[in-house]
Every structure is written in structure tokens, then in C-alpha cells.
Design a protein around this ligand. Structure first.
Ligand code: FAD
Length: 555
């Protein structure tokens, strides 16, 4: 029996209400107003509200907001603080050392410190006021193609009300076919639609593999009174060294926020080799370091979130224009990795895509060639210049020992070219070394107090993550036998550690010693680490029912 579906047509459909998608939506309406045109624009997001799946640092370079909305402050843009100055530290296990030279791309004075969740929510309101049809709670489940099998004609949203085995329950609502002349994909890092489309339309030919970091972020409420940042010239702190050391790329950040709060986070590059590594534990160890513990003392975690960041840079970017579609922001690997920033470049890419879409619609040519103005505008923009300087950065970071610093130094003085250009790197799924013989998967080595140091499950609770239990798993493991008979003996089931939400639980049969992975999809932060790091590529992350997942309001 085929399901009858409603279909709705728009001029432009945007999939994803993060900064890239929202900037695109706002720019589209501005252009329509300038030209006195009618433009039907829709934006969907899988979160229950716009902003409820947005997690970031975040330091925002304000130039892009000045360009998009010069009056953003009058319009109520929620800025937590303005960066007064930067501090950069190296941590050993017990000590901290201030690094006197902050690399030029990390000079943030004058930038905004924001909660991406709050800013996305605010941008959603601006877009809606301008006439964008905003549909939170709708997940793009499948890309729709035209008769030629290549032209993107829209997106099918996920069915709601399916039972665990896919059966239609009494409250079943079929997904809707949202059709558009141009579809803008703005799904953020490791977009599930873009991943499938990339394979089908061969968007990554001759590109380096995309690589990622997993970031865990918290907002901490500090006690009344002065905070560590009061009276200090630096209110944005970046930290490298302990606990990851210098082998695996990653590091921490601590940013001042309003209302006696601070944002704290730790990123671990997914090129790590040790299958026993747990990015969540790295975050907790970072927080426990005396230097950090002193800054956060007396505080209480009031929200937690986790998300991957696309850090591979320019050489990992897919084609940006396809027949009927454009790719913007993190799902197109658009990120300035040396600067640790993807929000401003994502927003600008969304704006350039909007301009190209309007021009293509006016010419009535939305083929890949007709939309290619976006790729060209990107190549001539400051986003390209920023990303060009960092084109070999993630690759250099992934190298071992002294080679890493030689490459980074050479790139610093040559505007990113360095000694080898382009520099090669492995996909994150390929870097794990087998579990040390006789070793066993490390369990959580940290103690938690439930207030300032919380375990994974409390973190899930503090992210307000919710999924209806009685629905098909959105984490697809086509061959569970691979988990039991290959991944467990070889790598000790790394999914049970790399997932910050404890979605994957190891169950061992006492008699046979056989391992089984139990899934708790309802804990999922939608960070997508599993889709990236599983060494057998045996986990595919897909969107659950729209309107579920985290309920962020501050991170
Ligand atoms: C811990 C951490 C710290 C960071 N720090 C900084 C920083 O200080 N400064 C900075 O500039 N950048 C920072 N970044 C990177 C930055 O957050 C990202 O580059 C940026 O958010 C990318 O924007 P985006 O709009 O492309 O994607 P996202 O912000 O990821 O938004 C994508 C949206 O699309 C929705 N979506 C995805 N798939 C679908 C679908 N199929 N259907 C419907 N909706 C969908 C999601 O729910 C989400 O709302 C940080 C990231 C992390 C994780």
C-alpha cells in the first residue's frame, strides 16, 4: 500500500535552521523586498523550536551580522558579552602556562560571545517577520529527485507516529513532500541528506576525506558576585595540552556569558587512534584541571550539549551547486578551522547562496550551471580567503610529534601553503588502532558530583533531550554481527565511549563471552559522532521524528 502524501510547493526551501540556513532565509527576503518580488520561502528544522538543536562556543565575528543586518542590536540580537581580549594557555597535568603569542587568526577582540541557540532563535523570529514560512519540528528525511534522477526537487519530511517495527499507529501522520525550485541544504556538520546526496551525485570526487571534531559544551551558572572574568582584560580563554596532550588534536575554551554564567567546552578531533579514548572523559578531566576548576568553582551546570564540527577545510568541500540545490555552512564543510569558527562563514555562505538562487530564479535556470554563481561568488569571497589560509591546518594537526609543529609553523608563515600542499589525511573512521592486547575498554574513570561535574546521563537530562521510545531506531546498524564478532574483539566497541549520550551500551553474555550492543536512541544528542567514527561504517545516523532531540536554550 502506498502512503498518500500532501505536497506543498515553494520557490526556495531551506533544510536546517542554523546560522547558515537562517542567514540564507533572511537574505532571500531582503532581495525579494528590494526587487519588489513575491518569493515563497520555507525553512524546516528537525528541532522542536528554532535554536533547540544549536550548540556552539561561540565567538561570532560581527562583520557578517553588520552586513546582513546593520541594525541587529536594535532588533534585539542576544549578545552575551563582547570579547575584551584573548588568553591562550598550555596545560600540563598539574600546571598552566600562559602562551604569550596568540595566533593571529585567534585574535577575537571586539567579537561577540553568543549562545548559538539564543541567536538562532532570534534569527528565526526575524526571518518569520520578513515572511519566511518557518516549520520547526519537521525533519528532512529524504531528498526528492526529478524524473532524471539527478535534479533535486525538494525534500520529504519524516513520517510521524510509526511504531518500533515501522507499523502505522493510530496517530500516524505521513511525511509531506516539500517541493521547491531551489533547495538550500543547511544541515550543519555531517548532514544526513547531504551525505546520501553526496554519494548519489558524486559531489566529493577528488576531495580529501571530510574530518571532524566532537565538542561537548556546558553553560555553568556561577555564584552571585564577582566571577573569574570580572575586571580581567581577557574574557575568552583557549587551552591546549592536558588532557589530550599533543598527540591528538583538540582543546578547551571558556567564555564569559551574561548573568554570571560561562560557556565551557572541549573538542576532541576524531582522528584519534586509541579506541579506549572517551571525548566526554576528556571534557571532564579538562574541567577538573586546577586551572579550570578554579575558574568554575562553586558553579552548577545548567545546560549541556554535544555536536561535531566539520574541520577538514577547503580541500574537503563538496561541489556547492547541484541541479536544483545548493549546499551552505557546515554540511558543505564550510569552517575556518585555525580560527575555530564556522558561524560567520556559514552565515556568509547562506547569504551568497540566496543571491545566486534569486539570480537563477530570475533567469529561470536552476540547473547546476544556472546556480553556479554561488560557487563562483564563494571562490571570490572572504570566506574562501579565510578557508584558503587554513587549507592544510587539520591535516598538519593530525600529524605526529615534531612534524606537526614544523608543518604548522611553515603554514603560519606561508599563508597556509606550508611544506606540502595539498597535504593528505585519513578519514576519521580509519584511524583507530586495535585495542591493546590484554587491555580492556576503559569505563568512566571520573567521579561526578551531579552539580558541577555531571555524568553522561545527567548531561543528557540537562540537554533536555527527548525522543518517543516507541518509534523505529533512527540509528541504523545494518549488520549487528559486525559489532559482536569484529568490532568488539578488535576495538572493544568504541561506540560505547565516543558517544557522549550513552546511546550505545555493551552487553556481554556471561557464558559465551559474546558482545551485543544495546541501543538507547532516545539519549541521542544528534551530534553524529557515531556516523563518523565507527571503524566499520556500520552506523548510519538518520533523522528521528521531527520535533524531538535536544531542547537547547543556552548552549
Ligand atoms: C563545541 C563547539 C564550539 C564551537 N565554537 C565556535 C565558535 O566559537 N565560533 C564559531 O564561529 N563557530 C564555532 N563552532 C562551529 C559552529 O557552531 C558551526 O560551524 C556552525 O554552527 C555551523 O552552522 P550551520 O548553520 O551550518 O549548522 P548548524 O549550526 O549545525 O545548524 C544546522 C541545523 O539544521 C538542522 N537540521 C540538520 N539536518 C536536518 C534535516 N535533515 N532536516 C531538518 N533540519 C535539519 C539542525 O537541527 C540544526 O538546527 C563550534 C562548534 C561546536 C560544536
Amino acid at each position: 500500500m502506498t502512503t498518500e502524501r500532501e505536497s506543498i510547493e515553494f520557490d526556495v526551501l531551506i533544510v536546517g535552521g542554523g546560522p547558515a540556513g537562517l542567514a540564507s532565509a533572511i537574505r532571500l527576503m531582503q532581495l525579494a523586498q528590494e526587487k519588489g518580488q513575491e518569493l515563497e520561502v520555507a525553512l524546516i528544522d528537525k528541532g522542536a523550536e528554532i535554536g533547540s538543536h544549536a550548540v556552539s562556543g561561540a565567538i561570532l565575528k560581527p562583520d557578517v551580522l553588520n552586513e546582513l543586518m546593520p541594525d541587529h542590536m536594535e532588533k534585539g540580537c542576544p549578545v552575551e558579552a563582547v570579547v575584551r581580549g584573548d588568553a591562550f594557555y598550555y596545560l600540563t597535568a598539574a600546571k598552566s602556562m600562559a602562551i604569550p603569542m596568540v595566533p593571529r587568526y585567534m585574535h577575537n577582540k571586539g567579537c561577540y560571545i553568543i549562545s548559538l541557540s539564543r541567536v538562532s532563535q532570534w534569527m528565526g523570529g526575524v526571518a518569520e517577520e520578513m515572511g519566511v514560512n518557518i516549520f520547526p519540528g519537521f525533519a528532512g528525511k529524504e531528498v526528492l529527485y526529478g524524473d532524471d534522477g539527478r535534479t533535486v526537487i525538494g525534500v520529504r519530511t519524516g513520517d510521524k507516529g510509526l511504531g518500533k517495527e515501522g507499523e502505522e499507529k493510530s496517530n500516524f501522520e505521513p511525511g509531506i513532500d516539500l517541493l521547491a525550485k531551489v533547495t538550500v541544504f543547511a544541515e550543519g556538520a555531517r548532514g544526513s541528506l547531504v551525505k546520501a546526496m553526496g554519494v548519489k551525485l558524486d559531489l566529493y570526487r577528488d576531495k580529501l576525506p571530510a574530518v571532524y571534531e566532537t565538542g561537548i559544551k556546558e553553560v555553568i551558572q556561577l555564584p552571585e558576585g564577582d566571577t573569574f572574568f570580572t575586571g580581567k582584560s581577557a574574557n575568552d580563554i583557549h587551552v591546549m595540552g592536558y588532557p589530550l596532550g599533543l598527540g591528538t588534536p583538540g582543546g578547551g575554551f571558556i567564555y564569559e556569558m551574561s548573568q554570571n554564567r560561562l560557556g565551557i567546552g572541549y573538542l576532541t578531533a576524531l582522528c584519534y587512534e586509541d579506541p579506549a579514548l572517551d571525548p566526554y572523559e576528556m571534557f571532564i578531566r579538562f574541567k577538573r584541571h586546577p586551572f579550570v576548576a578554579n575558574i568554575i568553582k562553586g558553579g552548577k551546570v545548567i545546560e549541556q550539549g554535544a555536536r561535531t564540527v566539520a574541520t577538514g577545510g577547503y580541500y574537503t568541500m563538496p561541489k556547492l551547486a547541484v541541479d536544483g540545490g545548493l549546499l551552505v555552512g557546515g554540511c558543505a564543510e564550510i569552517h575556518n578551522t585555525p580560527a575555530l569558527k564556522g558561524v560567520h562563514v556559514g552565515m556568509k555562505s547562506g547569504m551568497l547562496a540566496a543571491e545566486a538562487a534569486v539570480a537563477a530564479l530570475a533567469r529561470e535556470d536552476v540547473s547546476a550551471a544556472g546556480l553556479d554563481g554561488y560557487q563562483q561568488a564563494f571562490e571570490q569571497s572572504w570566506i574562501k580567503s579565510e578557508m584558503w589560509e587554513g587549507r592544510n591546518f587539520a591535516q598538519a594537526l593530525s600529524k605526529k610529534g615534531i612534524a606537526k609543529f614544523v608543518h604548522l609553523g611553515a603554514q603560519y608563515v606561508t599563508g597556509g601553503r606550508g611544506i606540502v600542499d595539498p597535504m593528505d589525511m585519513e578519514a576519521d573512521a580509519d584511524t583507530l588502532k586495535p585495542m591493546v592486547k590484554g587491555g580492556s575498554a576503559k569505563g568512566p574513570g571520573e567521579k561526578y558530583d551531579g552539580e558541577l561535574y555531571v555524568d553522561k546521563l545527567t548531561g543528557v537530562y540537562l540537554s533536555k533531550t527527548m525522543h518517543r521510545e516507541d518509534q523505529p531506531s533512527h540509528l541504523i546498524i545494518p549488520d549487528p554481527e559486525v559489532c559482536s564478532s569484529q568490532c568488539y574483539p578488535e576495538y572493544g566497541s568504541p561506540c560505547t565511549r565516543f558517544c557522549p549520550g550513552n546511546v550505545y551500551e555493551l552487553e556481554l553474555d556471561e557464558k559465551s563471552g559474546k558482545a551485543h550492543i544495546k541501543l538507547n536512541p532516545s539519549n541521542c544528542f544528534h551530534c553524529k559522532t557515531c556516523d563518523i567514527k565507527d571503524p566499520y561504517g556500520n552506523i548510519t545516523w538518520t533523522c528521528p521524528e521531527g520535533g524531538e532531540g535536544p531542547g537547547y536554550t543556552m548552549v
